[in-house]
Write a protein that binds this ligand. Structure first.
Ligand code: G1P
Ligand code: ZN
Length: 543
C-alpha cells in the first residue's frame, strides 16, 4: 500500500548551489527529513515514474536504513528499477559508473564524503544525473525549491529488501537489483590499465600500502590491488568499512591519514603509499619518503597518461580547479592540449568531459579523475600511478624529480583556518573584495602584487557564468595566493588560503615547501588581515 505522508519537517539550510544535502546524522534521523529531500529530488526531475536509478553509499551509520526508505519511496513514486550495491555499499565513482553503464536516469549517493560518520557525526545525500555526475546547479536549485514547497511524500508500506544478497528482488512492482559493488568497477579499471604490467611490478618485489581508512574503498582495493594484481595480503589496511570509520575522519590528509604518512616517511616504508576517503573519490599518493601534492599528481598523470592503455592515444585536455596549482597548465602547454581553470567543485568538470574537451581533471583537495566516470576517483588515480610506475620502472621520487626538471616545480600548500565565526570570515572576504582593484602595484612584506581579481567562470559549453568563486592574487616572482571560504564545512566558516611559488627548471626542487612559501604567506596574511579578523596566527590544517 502506498501511503501519502503529510510533510512536517521542512528541510532548512540546504544551500542552493551545493550538490547535495549534508547534515548531522541526527538531523537526517528526524521523522520525514530524509523523505522530504528524496521526494523533492523526484519532483525536481519530473517524477520517478518508469525511471531507473542507482542507490548506494559509503557504509556510514544510517546508510542501510536510508536505502530502505529510498527504495520504498522510489517504488511508491512509480520507479521501474533501482540498482543497489550489496550491503548498501557503492563508492561514489562506482555509483557514477553504474549510472552510466546501465543508462539509468541518475542515482542517489549516500555519503558525507570525508566527514566523520556515526550517530553524532555527519550524513549526506546527493543526486547524480544520467551522465553519472553531480547534479548541475539548475537541478540542485529546483530540488531546493521543491524542499521549500513540498507538502507530502509517497512511500510504500513494504518489508525491507534483503541488501545482503545479490540478485533481483521486487518491492511492490519495482525491480531491485542488488549487485556486487566492485565487479563492474573493476571491469572498467581493467579496460583502462595494464593489469599484467602492474602484476609484474608486484612480482618484481614492489611494495604498496593502501589505507582504506575503514571506509568504502576497502572492498575495492582488496579485490583489485590484492586479489587481481597480486599485492601481498596486508597491503590494504583498514579495509573493512565501518559505520563510524573506526572513529576517525576518513580524509586522506596529513592530519587524518597520519599513520600512512608516518609509515611512508619511515625506514620501513614500502615503495608506494596511498589512501582514499569515506566515499572513495579522493586520493592521497606517497612515495618512499615523499608526499605527492594533488596538484603535482594531476600534472604527472597528465604528462604520463599515454603510458596506460586507456589513454594511449593521448589526452584531449586537462582541467583544474582555480586554487589547484599551475603545474598541470605547464604540462598542457608543452603537450599542446587544452587546459581549463574552473571553480572549486567537481560538477564544473562535467560539461568539459561530456563535450570531450578534456580527459583528465583535478583539484588540489585530493581529487583526480578522468572521462571514465563523472566523479573524481581515488582508486583510479592509484592505478594510473601504478601503471606509470610499472612502465617506467622508476620510484615515485624519480618520476617527480624528472617531472620538476622538465617543467619546474610549483611549491604548493593550502592553509585552512577552521570554525572561524561566520561574521568574521565574511567581513574578511568583503574587506578584501572591496580593495581588490587597488592592490596591483602595491607591495607587502617585500612582495609586489602584479594583479588581483575575483574569479568568475564562463562555462565554454553552456555559457553559464559562476561569479565570486574566490580571490586570486598574483605576485612578482611567480608566486600566487588564492582565498575563498569553504562551501562544505558544517561549523562556522573555513577560510582556505592557497599558496604557491614556482621554482623553474634548474632550481633546487627539494626545499621544504613551507619555507619556500613563507614570503607569500606573510604577504597574504598582511593583505587580508588574518589575525585582525580571526584572532588566529596559524592555520588548523596545512596540506
Ligand atoms: C572541498 C574542496 C573541493 C571539493 C569539495 C567536495 O570544498 O575544497 O575541492 O570539490 O570539498 O569534495 P570546499 O570545502 O573547499 O568548498
Ligand atoms: Zn569524497
Amino acid at each position: 500500500m502506498t501511503i501519502e505522508v503529510v510533510n512536517t519537517t521542512p528541510i532548512e539550510g540546504q544551500k542552493p548551489g551545493t550538490s547535495g544535502l549534508r547534515k548531522k546524522t541526527r538531523v537526517f534521523m528526524q521523522p520525514t527529513y530524509l523523505e522530504n529531500f528524496v521526494q523533492a529530488t523526484f519532483n525536481a526531475i519530473g517524477g520517478a515514474k518508469g525511471k531507473c536509478f542507482v542507490v548506494g553509499g559509503d557504509g556510514r551509520f544510517l546508510n542501510r536504513p536510508a536505502i530502505q526508505t529510498i527504495l520504498k519511496m522510489a517504488a511508491a513514486n512509480g520507479a521501474a528499477k533501482v540498482i543497489v550495491g550489496q550491503n548498501g555499499l557503492l563508492s561514489t565513482p562506482a555509483a557514477s559508473h553504474l549510472i552510466r553503464q546501465n543508462q539509468t536516469d541518475g542515482g542517489l549517493i549516500l555519503s558525507a564524503s570525508h566527514n566523520p560518520g556515526g550517530i553524532d557525526q555527519d550524513f549526506g545525500v546527493k543526486f547524480n544525473t544520467a551522465n553519472g555526475g553531480p547534479a548541475p546547479e539548475g537541478v540542485t536549485d529546483s530540488i531546493y525549491l521543491q524542499t521549500q514547497s513540498l507538502d507530502h511524500y509517497s512511500i510504500l508500506q513494504a518489508p525491507d529488501v534483503d541488501l545482503g544478497t545479490t540478485g533481483t528482488q521486487a518491492i511492490g512492482t519495482m525491480q531491485v537489483d542488488i549487485v556486487d559493488p566492485v565487479t563492474d568497477y573493476q571491469a572498467l579499471m581493467e579496460t583502462l590499465f595494464d593489469f599484467d604490467k602492474i602484476r609484474a611490478l608486484f612480482i618484481s618485489g614492489f611494495t604498496i600500502r593502501f589505507d582504506a581508512m575503514h571506509a568504502v574503498t576497502g572492498p575495492y582495493a582488496t579485490a583489485i590491488l590484492q586479489d587481481a594484481l597480486g599485492a601481498p595480503s596486508g597491503s590494504v589496511v583498514n579495509a573493512i568499512p565501518l559505520e563510524d570509520f573506526g572513529g576517525g575522519h576518513p580524509d586522506p590528509n596529513p592530519v587524518w591519514a597520519k599513520e600512512i604518512i608516518d609509515l611512508m616517511m619511515s625506514d620501513t616504508a614500502p615503495d608506494f603509499g596511498a589512501a582514499s576517503d569515506g566515499d572513495g573519490d579522493r586520493n592521497m599518493v606517497l612515495g618512499r619518503g615523499i608526499y605527492v601534492t594533488p596538484s603535482d599528481s594531476l600534472a604527472v598523470l597528465a604528462a604520463n597518461a599515454h603510458l596506460a592503455p586507456g589513454y594511449r592515444d593521448g589526452i584531449a585536455g586537462v582541467a583544474r580547479s582555480m586554487p589547484t596549482s599551475l603545474a598541470s597548465d605547464r604540462v598542457a602547454a608543452k603537450l599542446g592540449i587544452n587546459s581549463y581553470e574552473t571553480p572549486t567543485g567537481w560538477k564544473f568538470f562535467g560539461n568539459l568531459l561530456d563535450a570531450g574537451m578534456v580527459t583528465l581533471c583535478g583539484e588540489e583537495s585530493a581529487g583526480t579523475g578522468s572521462n571514465h566516470v563523472r566523479e573524481k576517483d581515488g582508486l583510479w588515480a592509484v592505478l594510473l600511478w601504478l601503471n606509470i610506475l610499472a612502465e617506467r620502472r622508476e620510484s615515485v621520487t624519480g618520476v617527480l624529480t624528472d617531472h620538476w626538471q622538465i617543467y619546474g616545480r610549483d611549491y604548493y600548500s593550502r592553509h585552512d583556518y577552521e570554525a572561524v565565526p561566520s561574521d568574521a570570515a565574511n567581513q574578511l572576504m568583503s574587506e578584501l573584495r572591496s580593495k581588490l582593484s587597488d592592490l596591483a602595484g602595491q607591495s607587502f612584506a617585500g612582495l609586489n602584487i602584479v594583479s588581483a581579481d575575483e574569479f568568475s567562470y564562463l562555462d565554454p559549453v553552456d555559457g553559464s557564468v559562476s561569479e565570486n568563486q574566490g580571490v586570486r592574487i598574483n605576485f612578482t616572482g611567480d608566486a600566487r595566493a588564492v582565498l575563498r571560504l569553504s562551501g562544505t564545512g558544517t561549523e562556522g566558516a573555513t577560510l582556505r588560503v592557497y599558496l604557491e611559488q614556482f621554482a623553474p627548471c634548474g632550481a633546487n626542487h627539494f626545499k621544504d615547501p613551507q619555507d619556500v612559501l613563507e614570503k607569500v604567506r606573510n604577504a597574504t596574511s598582511i593583505i587580508i588581515g588574518i589575525e585582525r579578523h580571526t584572532g588566529r596566527t596559524n592555520p588548523d590544517v596545512m596540506t
